[in-house]
Design a protein around this ligand. Sequence first.
Ligand SMILES: Cc1ncc(COP(=O)(O)O)c(C=O)c1O
Length: 379
Amino acid sequence: MTLGLGIRSLLAQSVVYLMGGPPGPETIINGRRCLYFGGTGYYAFQEHPELIRAAHEALDKYGMHTATSRNIYGTTPLYREVEEKAAQFFGTEDAVYLPSGYLSNIAGFQGLIQTGQYDMFVVDAEPHWSISDFIYAMRKPVYTFAHGDPDDLRKQLKAHVQAGERPLVVSDGIFPTFGVVAPIREYFQAVEPYQGAIWIDDAHGVGVLGAHGRGTYEYYGLASDNLFFGGTLSKSVGGHGGIVPGKKNLVQAIRAGHIVNGANASPSPAAAAAVQGMTLLMEHPELRERLWMNARTLKAGLKQLGFPMQDSPVPIAAWRLKSGEEMDRIHAELLKREICIQRTRYVGGGPEGALRAVVFATHTTGQIERLLAELKSLV
Ligand SMILES: Cc1ncc(COP(=O)(O)O)c(C=O)c1O
């Protein structure tokens, strides 16, 4: 099976909503103030005064950005600070800052091929586009396993890995549309006999899962030199850009590679905001507790309405109704009541897509209850 590129889903998403303020429990959509459950800025750091102050200061000091790639003159102390802070946050030897989370995957693949001698990719059949867009460019065989299915992963490994070959298993840590955590512990057990490794795109896990917010591996209590990941600083962290934390040799390989040398880094204000976001997440573990509590409140309420939900602290909840038209109707009705959830056709949502609500740490229980009550009156 060959992975699709998701173009059909993109074309289907034709209605445009204009966001007139930063994402938070409330924002402005199409000129109206709404209760907002529509995005993935899990701590609403995008509107946090300390991030905004840090971003202003960086803008004054460094201007917008360096206008050349990192290994020429384009490394300011700020970019170094992002990497040092990220290494501290994730408890790794080092970290490399990339222009986007989307690019973390290709940067990670390139770095791992150079440093790890992997012979093939074995990838979940419904990965984020930032995986499927790039994995075929790596000039290695690519095999797929059924979405989220460790048994099929075992079968594919048995069928394709020859003696002496090392597979690299690739998946999202959290699948973004339904917020489902991939069964990484089972994947790890499956790949260990082959001396293989795992790469996850942990865009939605970092800052959210695990006691320190280090992501999906920490959530499962997994630690090994054969577990690799990339993430984004745009969601939970409130800044912008991608990050690959890890051992020095991998980080150096990525730093010396095409992405870091061929693309401008994220703008300086965004880098400063990312440093501040990670600092806040380290200093305030209670924010994570609050986020998890809100996630549980939302999911418990949705379960009561009859929608199946994975039992996890992931703050993303999505569900399908009997038809696309019915989902369009509920979405539009909620918007009329100034409640904004997503009518999504994002990756993994299937042909009809889904309804998707995301909670922040800063939503009040009352705001979540209001969403649930309005939904109940409509479905
Ligand atoms: C699973 C996943 N990976 C990667 C990305 C890309 O991250 P970024 O926006 O930092 O490029 C996203 C973005 O929403 C995502 O959902």
